[in-house]
Design a protein around this ligand. Structure first.
Ligand code: NAP
Length: 290
């Protein structure tokens, strides 16, 4: 964990009910943050382009209604926290949130992603009373929700991750950390909290666990980042996004993240959820049905 501020760690937590804007609320992390925040007694504004509260990162006109009257906000920038335009959008949004009196902003960021540092700085320099960055490892749920699922259902995960080791984090742990950070008031203000799962696995290991859980052969096929990018282009992903993703895969999956982080234990006082347990639950829920 990286510590950026000089606060003390013995400040009391608060059980006050907050109004929390959750961006990306129909997505992997946002849906869990919304659920965890509601379970903790907070009022949630579930926001996205198609959500209960309309919010679009590319349409600043949608921001004020989402922010006004909120005590706190969870920020998940799409398509990626390090994508071109992310730092400027988070800068503008966070400054507006500060002007409107939102007290605490929590930004989801990514471990070992150099491209995300400018976005993190935008948050830190926005003037908001409290900011916290939750820097996560690769999600376990990348395998069960989102772009990797279709390949796995068809029996094959083609991905440019070589044999690199990664401590996949369960997005429910990210959600629990975000809600605990908000409840802790000033305690994690001005801090970057790094979270990961408990155990290093290669993508090949992960696919083998999924294969064992679903009881049919699934294979992992490592490819080069450029080869993978060409396939994304064929699928119609815009060129700028493809170039960003190639650079991201070439750097983020070069072994720099082959270590665990202790943020889940520090904030929640418990171990991260186990990857094997995630696989079992997702298999039972039919995530990889052919
Ligand atoms: N995947 C990983 O392993 C990983 C690891 C660390 C950090 N991250 C970061 O996680 C973030 C993504 O979070 P996630 O995986 O929870 O999201 P996700 O599952 O990809 O879901 C995307 C969410 O954002 C909304 N959305 C899409 N475009 C939007 C826009 N222009 N304006 C407002 N909302 C928009 C979507 O809903 P609508 O379609 O209704 O708008 C949906 O709710 C990124 O910043 C990424 O860098 C990812």
């Amino acid at each position: 964990m990286t510590t950026n501020s000089q606060h003390t760690t013995d400040e009391p937590t608060t059980d006050a009910a907050l109004t929390v804007l959750v961006t990306g609320a129909t997505g992997r992390t946002g849906s869990r943050v919304a659920r965890a925040a509601r379970a903790a007694g907070h009022t949630v504004r579930a926001a996205s382009r198609s959500g209960e509260v309309r919010f679009d990162w590319h349409e600043p006109a949608t921001w004020d209604a989402a922010l006004r009257g909120a005590d706190a906000a969870y920020l998940a920038y799409l398509p990626d926290v390090g994508a071109p335009g992310a730092a400027d959008a988070v800068d503008a949004l966070a400054r507006r949130a500060a002007e409107l009196g939102v007290l605490h902003l929590v930004l989801l960021s990514a471990r070992g992603e150099d491209q995300a540092h400018a976005t993190e700085r935008s948050l830190a320099e926005s003037g908001v009373a409290r900011w916290t960055v939750v820097r996560a490892s690769w999600f376990a749920q990348n395998f069960s929700e989102g772009p990797l699922v279709d390949g796995l259902r068809a029996g094959e995960l083609v991905f440019p991750a070589g044999e690199v080791l990664e401590p996949f984090v369960d997005v429910r742990d990210i959600a629990d950390v975000v809600v605990a950070v908000l409840a802790a008031g000033p305690r994690y203000a001005g801090r970057i909290v790094e979270v990961s799962g408990a155990r290093l696995l290669s993508f090949r290991d992960a696919v083998a666990e999924i294969s064992a859980a679903v009881g049919r052969p699934l294979v992992y096929v490592p490819v080069g980042a450029r080869e993978y990018g060409a396939a994304l282009t064929d699928f119609g992903v815009p060129e700028e996004e493809v170039e960003f993703l190639i650079e991201l895969f070439e750097t983020n999956l070069d072994g720099r993240n082959a270590h665990v982080s202790d943020g889940v234990r520090e904030v929640l006082g418990r171990a991260p959820r186990e990857f094997t347990a995630f696989v079992g639950e997702a298999a039972d829920a039919g995530a990889w049905k052919a």
